[in-house]
Each structure stands twice: as structure tokens, then as C-alpha cells.
Design a protein around this ligand. Sequence first.
Ligand code: ADP
Ligand code: UDP
Length: 240
Amino acid sequence: MKETKIKKKQKLYEGKAKIVFETDNEDLYLQEFKDDATAFNGKKKAKIKSKGAINNQVSAHLFSYLESYHVPTHFVSQFSDTSMVIKKLEMIPVEVVMRNIATGSLVKRYGVEEGMELEHPIMEFYLKDDDKNDPLINEDHVLSFGHATEEEVEVMKRYTQKINAVLKSFFYRRQLMLVDFKVEFGRAKSGKLKLGDEISPDTCRFWDIESGDKLDKDRFRQDLGKVEEAYQEVLTRVFK
Ligand code: ADP
Ligand code: UDP
């Protein structure tokens, strides 16, 4: 484990799944993953044992892997079981969702068949605004509302497509379909965009290729049971 000598300072922000701390280095934050799980915009709540540690390790591994494919991320190093050192980003309040298989809100909104393979993967933008229930938006909203420039939108799209291609085959080799996922980007000190937040079973959907079993947060959302086991299974396969 590469070590980064930093001291944890005051809590900056506590979200639903993570806590962000300042450090004694003004360019770096500490991101701590919690066992807390929420769904339906916070209406459903529970704790999933070891989720924090699993999501930290899965995210750390996937960020490093993506870096090796020249996707810049905020990841610096692992700090503890449940936390990582990250580069401070000015976050763009947009959730970029990429879909390879139809499920979740896509099926609800458009009535397409559940489980349908999307030959042309679908990219969507959602405004990160819990009070407004994270509404679906398009590129024009992102530009018009001043959340990102045209060039930044192009870069977000390009990185998201690359993340999809790289992770799809990574998980395929581990007998998992990458059904869909959500990513967030932010501006580093240099002004360049980097991938932030996390990539984990909280933010991706994984279906076992052979059995079709769901191995992600849908087990919690839909009360399917064996939630901890599913997160643990993803961790095991990621490190295979
Ligand atoms: P939420 O706000 O959705 O409840 P989390 O519990 O995941 O989210 O909290 C993490 C917060 O930290 C999110 O708002 C996320 O956008 C933000 N964040 C992620 N990476 C960085 C970063 N590198 N720099 C600054 N903020 C970040
Ligand atoms: N997602 C997420 N955070 C959100 C909304 C969605 O990480 O606030 C992820 C979700 O886990 C899934 C993908 O984005 O992998 C697409 O989710 P969808 O729009 O189907 O939303 P849902 O019906 O799950 O609310």
C-alpha cells in the first residue's frame, strides 16, 4: 500500500455514504466510506456490515486500474480499511449514468423491456440535487446552468465511454455483467477534469453472468437478502 503522510483534520462534509475530511495538505482530502446504506433518496435506511471497507477497497482498485488506462482520477492512496486519500476537486453537480442493459429508472421511465441489452449504450445526465430528486437533464441544461463548459462536457462524455469500455471487460473476465453505473467528475487545481467520488456496488449494477444474480445495491433496494454476501463477492472477484 503506497503511503501518503497526511493528518486527518476537521470534517468538511457528511453525505449519505461517505464523510469527507480536510487534511494538513490543502490539496488533499480524506474520504471515509460508511456502512450506512440509503435508497430512494434517503427514504430507506440501513447499515450493511463491512460495506465501507469493501467500497473503499473496490474503489481504490478500480481507480488505480482506470489510471493505468489514462483516465485521471482523484485517488491518491489508501489510508485505512475504510478511507482513502483523494485530491481535492471542485465537483461538477452532475451524475453521469452509463447503461449497457435496461433496468431501474430506464425501464420505469420509458417502458423498455427489463434486461434488454442496449446495443448502443445510453449515457444520461442527472442534476445532483436531492431536494429536486436528482432530475434527468441533458447537455444543454449542464451548459446553460453553467455547471460545465462545452469542452468539459466533451471530456466527461469521453471519459465515461472509456470507463465503460475498460470496466465492462474487467468485470466480464470476472463473470459479472456491468449493467449500469454512475460517475461524478470535478476540476483539479490544474483545472483539468478528474473522476471523483466512488465506483462500487453502491454505484454500479453487477449481474452474475451465469446465474443472473444481482450483486449490488439492488439487493438492498429490493429486499433480496444476502446483501453483505453480495458486496463481499464483488470484492473477491475484483481482486481475482
Ligand atoms: P451524497 O452527497 O450523494 O450523499 P456521499 O455520501 O457519497 O454523497 O458524499 C461524498 C461527497 O463528496 C459527494 O457530495 C461527492 O460529490 C463529494 N466528492 C467526491 N469526491 C470529491 C473530491 N475529490 N473532492 C471534493 N468532493 C468530492
Ligand atoms: N446511481 C447512483 N446514485 C444515484 C442514482 C443512480 O449511484 O443517485 C446508479 C445506480 O446504482 C445504477 C445507475 O446509477 O447503477 C442507474 O440508476 P437508475 O437511474 O436506474 O436509478 P434507480 O432506479 O436505481 O434509482
